[in-house]
Design a protein around this ligand. Structure first.
Ligand code: C2E
Ligand code: CA
Ligand code: CA
Length: 454
């Protein structure tokens, strides 16, 4: 089924109409869009009235396509196109500019508020259920807008700004609208600066692993360490991982960064007492890349680190993007003895179903629950429920972010055996960690350690 919205009125399309038309939906295509914006810019050259361009991206269209099949996916796109087309008034126009991306031009929308309002209305219209055969599907969408103000903007600049805004919208969740502002431009520049500095730091080996102890809550014995990446740039100073890790993920630097940190971490941990494990964070984007497993194994081989001492920490977000790919990587790692823990449990897109489909050796309860355990009833109940579930599923548990003795005591009382947090130790570099181990283990008069280091 093909409909013609913006095309010829006679039903007989010329070659040039077709070149400007999206064959699936009958809407104009990206060429039509640029053409329309070019024309409007020319028209507004002497007219101070602003106008709005927007890019709309369907949220979660790919899983729908996978779930319902491509034919149904096409059907949904056609229905979405019809709805958007019906929502355009006057000279407004919508075109299809990517697989699940539409661009619209609103010549009579003059302000950021009006642009947001109109965009929200479009999202609303798209969120009503879609009929696909016997079933119905639901979608949401994100929108980025930019406004044409003065005579010096080109179509490319306007579209780039709308794309930057869309990117921000997508980053902040589903169903969001973002209108481009100057501050976003500044933020985008800062990200680019960090990206460039990080690329340099990774290639010259300047990102360092720090190690934070994980303890047995009952006797406070250190059982392992989590590796946490640390980076100080000569110009930017100390940049926290909450800033550089997402940038590394988005800009494709996470692979090399991760390999660097794992190599240094396993080199350092190699000489620790062998009963201590080392855990290491894997980013969601690494679980989509089938080379991840190979890289990890190659590093362990090179540094001579026993895979049975390594644990990888992954989040539920990491499993969602491409579950089949994630499962394959995890299974490959598991085959050589690497253990797998589910990080930040209770935040993000938690699904208990995942715990049935996927086998984890360990679960880490997010700091958000631990920090409120003493004064918040719901957190207490959630932690108890998680502990009961882990006991049933045969998973170990570590509570993260323990800062106070009273929190540790409460966790023990609930039956939690693993803990991590400033109460037991902050992340420290390789030398400091070695010093810490020497001190604590000599004090405990640990013979295994003494013979090994002798
Ligand atoms: P995460 O995996 O949840 O790591 C735990 C974070 O909590 C660390 O923050 C740690 O320093 C902090 N933390 C530990 N105990 C306490 C506590 O008692 N109180 C408080 N307030 N915080 C505590 P950090 O090092 O800033 O890392 C932030 C996140 O960056 C990590 O969260 C992890 O998601 C990511 N990350 C760090 N290093 C790497 C890495 O090498 N690779 C990847 N993919 N991600 C990393
Ligand atoms: Ca972690
Ligand atoms: Ca965590």
């Amino acid at each position: 089924m093909t409909m013609m919205f913006g095309g010829s009125q006679t039903g007989r399309e010329t070659a040039s109409d077709l070149a400007f038309t999206d064959p699936l939906t009958g809407l104009g295509n990206v060429r039509r869009f640029f053409d329309k914006v070019d024309r409007l810019i020319a028209e507004r050259a002497d007219d101070p009235a602003p106008f709005t361009v927007g890019i709309l991206d369907l949220d979660g269209f790919k899983p729908i396509n996978d779930l319902f099949g491509h034919k149904a996916g096409d059907e949904i796109l056609i229905q979405a196109a019809m709805r958007l087309h019906a929502a355009m008034q006057g000279q407004s126009a919508v075109t299809r500019v990517g697989a699940d991306e539409f661009a619209f031009l609103l010549p009579m929308v003059f302000s950021e508020e009006a642009a947001s309002e109109k965009s929200r209305m479009l999202i609303e219209i798209l969120s009503a259920p879609y009929d696909v055969g016997e079933r119905t599907a639901r979608l949401s969408a994100s929108v980025g807008c930019s406004l044409f103000y003065s005579g010096d903007e080109t179509t490319e600049i306007l579209v780039n700004k709308a794309e930057t805004a869309l990117y921000q919208a997508k980053r902040s969740g589903r169903g969001r609208v973002v209108v481009y502002t100057r501050e976003m431009e500044e933020a985008a520049k800062r990200v680019t600066r960090i990206e460039q500095a990080l690329r340099r730091a990774v290639s010259s080996g300047e990102v360092e692993p720090h190690f934070q102890p994980i303890v047995d809550l009952h006797d406070r014995r250190v059982v392992g360490f989590e590796t946490l990446a640390r980076w100080t740039d000569p110009d930017l100073g100390h940049v926290p991982p909450s800033v550089f890790i997402p940038i590394a993920e988005e800009r494709g630097i996470i692979g090399p960064l991760s390999q660097l940190v794992l190599r240094k971490a396993t080199e350092a941990a190699r000489s620790w007492p062998h009963e201590l494990f080392l855990s290491f964070n894997l980013s969601p984007s690494q679980l989509v890349d089938q080379n991840t497993g190979l890289h990890i194994l190659a590093i362990l081989n090179r540094t001579g680190f026993d895979p049975a001492r390594l644990e990888i920490e992954i989040t539920e977000t990491g499993l969602m993007t491409d579950p089949a790919s994630a499962e394959k990587i995890v299974n490959d790692l598991r085959r050589v003895g690497i253990r797998v823990s589910l990080d930040d449990f209770g935040t993000g897109q938690s699904s208990l179903g995942r715990l049935r489909d996927f086998r984890f050796d360990k679960l880490k309860i997010d700091r958000a629950f631990v920090s409120s355990i003493l004064d918040d009833r719901p957190s207490e109940h959630i932690i108890r429920a998680i502990l009961a579930m882990c006991a049933g599923l045969g998973m170990e548990v570590v509570a993260e972010g323990i800062e106070e003795e009273a929190q540790a005591e409460r966790l023990i009382q609930f039956g939690c055996s693993g803990g991590q947090g400033y109460l037991f130790g902050k992340p420290a570099d390789a030398d400091a960690t070695l010093g810490f181990l020497r001190e604590t283990l000599y004090r405990a008069d640990e013979p295994a350690w003494q013979t090994r280091t002798a």
